[in-house]
Design a protein around this ligand. Structure first.
Ligand code: 1CP
Length: 367
């Protein structure tokens, strides 16, 4: 590929800044919309790509990751792209093996079992060496997007990554990492600190590479309670927001808006609104009006249609979107699903969702 596509100095001018304005709490003429897991298995062009390439090979090859990132942008009037990668590239950077098993999901052949296993991690990872492929994918994608929409970078949050590193994969209960919280409190904090450090470097690197917003996925907040969230999740999330901003500035760059999506953290919405993030993502179990009341205009809210609602008819989807937009109000809102899209969703229904957000939010704003 030509050298200039890996240069961070000459990005095309951004033509659609709705997401950025909404994230900063500025006025928008309509509600911006993107979809968690908008690049993924519900798209046939993604499945075709995956049939030819192993999952982490797609992540590790900037041209392939860029292509998959652009697939939903070509189909739908989305207001942001999200770089194609996975939260589990961070445990890989720390030296752990992660495999993606078809039909099952991610699997760690050697998960962490006891506190002494922490010594096996490469604690002083240089993210430019271990995760430079993500930075290259981001830079390339910024060029290929031609300024159409902004590009979101992301990372898993410390507790969520700790879950996978100890549990060894997805789980109903996350009982193994939860045992660590109650049996090995000190080692838990050691691990969370190791993760926080690399996540900060990783997110800063993404901004330097060209990411225009950042989302932190605390996907397993729902396995915690208010007490354990306040001890093992929230302090690290706050440090990440603060230090990413500071370190981006120290490198002579403008900080970007940050989104925290803590799935299942309905008990922590007030605290999350004061944790240093511009945007708080809500899962579909949260009542938008309650969240507005709890956050008092301090942050922009993102979400939160039930991903299952995409199984409804297109007419019904419009009705559900209208109700959602009326509940949120059309300012300080970024429309999204309340979690990732399921692989069995019809792409035409995604289009119906996106188009409904556009037309209905514009209509409400004109009233
Ligand atoms: O074979 C395949 O193609 C696997 C499916 C798949 C995809 C498309 C996985 C495995 N990861 C991804 C991409 C991905 N993962 C993105 C891409 C960008 C986009 O949104 O379009 C993102 C942002 C993620 C983030 C991610 N990975 C999260 C956080 C979001 C969430 O869903 O809460 C989590 C928890 C993961 C772990 C993971 N990776 C893949 C799966 C199936 C899982 C979940 C495992 C589990 O807990 O059961």
């Amino acid at each position: 590929l030509p050298e200039h596509l890996y240069s961070t100095n000459n990005f095309p001018e951004l033509k659609n800044d709705l997401m950025l304005r909404a994230a900063r709490g500025e006025k928008t003429e309509r509600v911006p919309v993107w979809v968690m897991r908008q690049a993924g298995r519900y798209l046939e062009e993604f499945r075709a790509m995956r049939a030819e390439n192993e999952f982490f090979k797609v992540c590790q090859t900037p041209e392939l990751a860029c292509e998959v990132t652009l697939q939903p942008i070509r189909r739908f009037q989305l207001d942001a792209a999200i770089i194609f990668s996975d939260i589990l590239v961070v445990p890989q950077a720390l030296g752990m093996t992660v495999e993606m098993i078809p039909g099952k999901g991610p699997s760690f052949p050697e998960p962490l079992k006891l506190p002494e296993d922490l010594s096996k991690l490469d604690k002083d990872v240089d993210v430019n060496k271990t995760l430079g492929y993500v930075f290259d994918a981001i830079t390339l994608t910024r060029h290929k997007l031609e300024g159409k929409v902004p590009l979101i970078g992301f990372s898993g949050a410390p507790w969520t990554l700790m879950c996978y590193m100890i549990e060894g994969g997805g789980s109903e209960s996350m009982s193994k990492p939860k045992q660590w919280l109650y049996k090995y409190e000190e080692a838990s904090h050691q691990l969370l600190n190791i993760l926080t450090k690399v996540i900060i470097d990783y997110l800063v690197g993404q901004v330097i590479a060209g990411a225009q917003l950042l989302q932190v996925f605390e996907s397993h907040a729902g396995h915690l309670c208010a007490r354990t969230f306040n001890t093992f999740a929230l302090p690290y999330l706050s440090i990440i927001a603060r230090q990413v901003e500071e370190k981006v500035r120290a490198q002579g760059k403008e900080p970007v808006p940050m989104i925290i999506f803590a799935k299942g953290a309905h008990y922590a919405i007030e605290d999350l609104a004061q944790s240093g993030y511009e945007v708080v993502g809500l899962d579909w179990t949260v009542n938008p009006k309650t969240a507005r009341h709890q956050t008092q205009g301090k942050v922009t809210l993102q979400g939160n249609m039930d991903p299952g609602a995409l199984y409804a008819s297109k007419e019904e989807i419009r009705t559900i979107v209208r109700e959602m937009l009326e509940q949120f109000g059309t300012q300080q809102h970024i429309a999204n699903l309340g979690h990732g899209i399921y692989p069995t969703i019809d792409p035409d229904h995604v289009e119906a969702f996106v188009d409904a957000v556009h037309s209905i939010s514009e209509e409400i704003n004109l009233d």
